[in-house]
Design a protein around this ligand. Structure first.
Ligand code: AMP
Ligand code: MG
Length: 516
């Protein structure tokens, strides 16, 4: 395929695959763990050894509980107290394989920063398995795997707390995401820029499949495996794509289009929330349209489309405003990978194209909700663009603005929102057109719905940093408190105003890189 955007290094030529072979065996029986009562089913393990390597975690000394998410424990049918019990700590540190589980690491490849990176894979993630209720449970940081390359297979406490808190914060906001059950720490030293200590995050999702899983088999022209993987993804996660009339290109084109739809919805959520992912490599793109692999992410403080949250991203490839285009670039890589199964370039492109219209539709729907507008009008795009230009020109804090605007529409004074702007006359003009656009009746209702759409609390870098520094001194209270706040970010939480305040001066000096 030669259509734009070209991947500088598309590493293979397209061709039609031969028929898929039956999935290999290797499934584990559904069996309850003695201690925790988790029951497992085969899940992705049934695809066979071409897709993964069986292995166990490498033990860490004296694991301790940093924090656990009760709602995720409930998802898994676990008692929250069991997570931090001696048995729980053994399992969620990777020190003991739960009964009936047969852990594995999967292989994938991908494009990193726009360049083909070849084979990657779960270099520090161990899939314990899939529960009998369909949740994959994965330990991140449980030791080296055959895909670790030069890495140590570990994750540090700092990045593990960030991933844990942000997974649950995103869920609290209503953004599709992988979940996190707990962070378990150990005093095992881990070398990064400085020496830190190890931690393991237990991540939970229906599937951790990435675009890169498909790129892996396509790049090696292993079309039987590619087809088996696509069939598995369709049967398990996109069954509607199986119907032959779903799209003219058949089930694999339908899969591509459905992933595009979910990705458009995800990107609309990110842009509306002011969330910058930081490393949108194709191996960090979920096939289910979930936010996955929390690394150098950031919620915007001052609104700036050019904001780069990752200090390793020197070119600004993953700047905040670039994210929707990068998602399309990544979908193009997925299209290249699925193309051998679709077999026709026109049909492949036809399945990719809807993203371009879908993203702006989804984005406008989210932004209308933030503005409290119950219906769509053509003029809304101009109203929003004028506002976003003003926010950028005045470097207005993104989260604080939306919350203050919501309060004002709900009946509070204007000053707290107006005072966020230096150029107040321009804001006053915008506000006039906004008031005209808001429904005359039921403004308070609009304000109430805005307060359920525009969060009071997001995981700002400095809040995460405070929790991390306390946890590094073995005080986990801050992490647990912050978790409780972020799980219901639209509630007022009286007395916790400091967590909704503008970032302090020192926040701008926090450097978040790929080091984790
Ligand atoms: P990331 O940028 O975190 O998404 O990671 C990209 C690739 O590097 C994935 O294959 C990871 O599994 C692998 N990786 C990252 N950090 C480590 C580490 N400390 N040890 C082993 N593999 C790692
Ligand atoms: Mg990754």
């Amino acid at each position: 395929m030669t259509l734009e955007p070209s991947s500088s290094s598309a590493p293979f030529s397209a061709g039609m695959p031969s028929d898929a072979s039956a999935p290999a065996s290797g499934a584990v029986d559904a069996q309850a763990d003695r201690g925790l009562g988790l029951r497992w089913q085969p899940g992705i393990a049934a695809l066979g050894p071409a897709f993964h390597t069986r292995l166990q975690g490498r033990p860490v000394p004296a694991p301790y509980l940093v924090a656990a998410s009760e709602p995720v424990a409930r998802l898994l049918g676990l008692d929250a107290a069991a997570v931090g019990s001696p048995q729980g700590l053994e399992v969620f540190s990777g020190n003991r394989v739960p009964d009936g589980a047969d852990p594995l690491a999967t292989v994938y490849s991908g494009h990193q920063f726009g360049v083909w990176a070849g084979q990657l894979g779960d270099g520090r993630a161990l899939l314990l398995g899939e529960t009998d209720t369909g949740w994959e449970v994965q330990l991140k940081g449980a030791g080296p795997t055959p895909y670790s390359r030069m890495g140590d297979g570990r994750a540090v406490l700092r990045s593990s707390i960030r991933e844990f808190l942000c997974s649950e914060a995103m869920h609290g906001l209503g953004v599709p995401t992988t979940r996190a059950l707990c962070v378990v720490g150990s005093d095992l030293p881990v070398r990064r820029e400085t020496t830190e200590t190890a931690a393991v995050v237990t991540r939970v999702a229906p599937s951790f499949l990435r675009f890169g899983h498909f790129e892996h088999f396509a790049s090696r022209e292993r079309f039987d495996e590619l087809r088996a993987l696509a069939d598995y993804a369709i049967d398990r996660y996109y069954p509607a794509c199986r119907a032959s009339d779903a799209t003219p290109g058949g089930p694999y084109a339908a899969l591509l289009q459905a992933v595009g739809d979910r990705t458009a919805a995800l990107l609309a959520h990110w842009q509306a929330a002011g969330f910058c992912h930081g490393v949108m490599n194709t191996d960090n793109m979920s096939l289910l349209g979930l936010t996955i692999d929390y690394g150098p992410f950031q919620f915007l403080d001052a609104f700036d489309p050019g904001h780069i949250c990752n200090h390793s991203d020197t070119q600004g490839r993953y700047a905040f405003g670039q994210q929707p285009n990068i998602a399309y670039w990544n979908l193009f890589c997925l299209a290249q990978a699925l193309h051998p199964l679709i077999g026709d370039e026109t049909l492949t492109m036809a399945a990719l194209e809807p993203y371009k219209a879908r993203f702006p539709e989804e984005f406008m729907a989210r932004m209308r909700a933030k503005l409290g507008l119950p219906d769509a009008r053509e003029s809304d795009t101009a109203l929003l663009e004028t506002l976003l230009r003003l926010l950028a020109a005045n470097r207005v804090d993104y989260t604080a603005f939306w919350r203050a605007l919501s309060r004002h529409v709900a009946g509070d004074a204007l000053a707290p929102v107006r005072d966020l702007f230096l150029d107040r006359p321009s804001f006053d003009l915008w506000l006039l057109s906004y008031w005209e656009r808001l429904p005359q009746e039921g403004r308070r209702l609009a304000g109430d719905s805005m307060l359920r759409t525009n969060p009071k609390f997001v995981l700002r870098n400095h809040l995460g940093q405070q929790a991390i520094e306390a946890a590094q001194d073995k005080d986990f209270g801050e992490t647990r408190d912050l978790l409780a706040l972020l799980q219901s970010p639209y509630d007022e939480h009286p007395g916790r105003e400091a967590y909704a305040a503008l970032p302090p001066e020192w926040a701008s000096s926090i450097e978040i890189s790929c080091s984790s």
